[in-house]
Design a protein around this ligand. Sequence first.
Ligand code: BGP
Length: 476
Amino acid sequence: MTRLPKDFLWGGAVAAHQLEGGWQEGGKGVSVADVMTLGGPGKPREITDGVVEGKNYPNHEAIDFYHRYKEDIALFAEMGFRCFRTSIAWSRIFPEGDEQEPNEAGLQFYDDLFDECLKYGIEPVVTLSHFELPFALVKKYRGFTNRKTIDFFVRFAEVCFKRYKKKVKYWMTFNEINNQANYNEDFAPFTNSGIVYQEGDDREQIMYQAAHYELVASARAVQIGKTVNPDFEIGCMIAMVPIYPKTCKPKDILMAQKAMEKRYYFTDVHVFGEYPRYMKTYFERKEFELDITEQDQVDLQKGTVDYIGFSYYMSFAVEYQKGNEHFEYDESRDLVRNEFVPVSDWGWQIDPEGLRYSMNWFTDHYRLPLFIVENGFGAIDVKEEDGTVDDLYRIDYLRAHIEQMIRAVEEDGVQLMGYTPWGCIDLVSASTGEMKKRYGFIYVDKDNEGQGTLDRSKKRSFEWYKQVIATNGAEL
Ligand code: BGP
């Protein structure tokens, strides 16, 4: 047997807006995910200003988990899941985001869902904000660029903590809070903070301001959570993509270090309750005028997290570009292909050892328990005539990553709470909106155009993962 703890949280991960559907049921309001159309290879999802008739919005029906969750949880239980990570769609609880009173039908839905999990001994792991800000907050307040949105989030968090305090122990505040650091694209800042950039914006300053408000919102939520139930485990959630230097030239090494700082300072704020020195000097040099009050600083200090939840799919490599005097990291300029690792159909660099490296990196920096809350292989699956999906490539990907994960625990002494591979059932891809980019152990019959029976069936990886869990990772 492996040296993973006996109560290791094996499971799977999803997000409400990517699988629930029922976008207007039970009084739900429109979320940012509901106004994004289907994208495709080389074509990012369009962000529309409200729902436009005739466009394809994959999240509206998704895989109809809203009505079929009992069937799906039963399949997770069959695989032996000990936990299930999902999010609470903010706009089910506060349809417009800024109401005084929550929507009871939305609260009831998650009561029923969590009860269904607990019935099988599956521990819910809940993300409060996973790319599904109520769209009304974007329209009325410009999302997290506005300090008021902190209060709306904190109220939402408090309502959830109180309502589910006996059912949910593991929480995370903001999903992949750091991926908006790439402010040169529109997708991540919109999904995380509700930012729609306008002409003439100082994008970078706006992003740091919104990120600050989110970090304060997270810290205030942590404080409240701890008073509601001191046994809660509340974590942050970081998109971990380790950034390697292209070569051992000193300038490439320094470039990689500076890029890591830019992408991961969020973790410092979550864990230590203050901005690291390099961000303070960066803000000064850029002469950003950020609204960071003394009370914010107190809140950050008081609301530090219990563990680091993170996603891991791939690694990056950077090369220093001539003339970049301050080693400022710009993803669209500095990233290079790492010739030593293969790539997926979507260009994601596959690097299992990078997972072990990341686990060590987090532990060295922060000395907190870790929770791998996303990892997985998005691929085009082919359903054979007899109904099977022979997804050996997915098994290979997961096996290689789990091997490295176990080595990080056994050989490097990393403390790891659990592992929840992404999209344990096929769902809508966040970045492209596609159904054909699949991650699941369970196949869902639906295509990009929304056609299909929505029937569920087991892929080959289903039995494989069941065995992995049953042996606590000993048989891969
Ligand atoms: C992460 C998100 C998820 C998820 C995953 C896979 O960034 O937290 O919501 O979707 O990536 O990405 P994609 O769906 O774009 O393949």
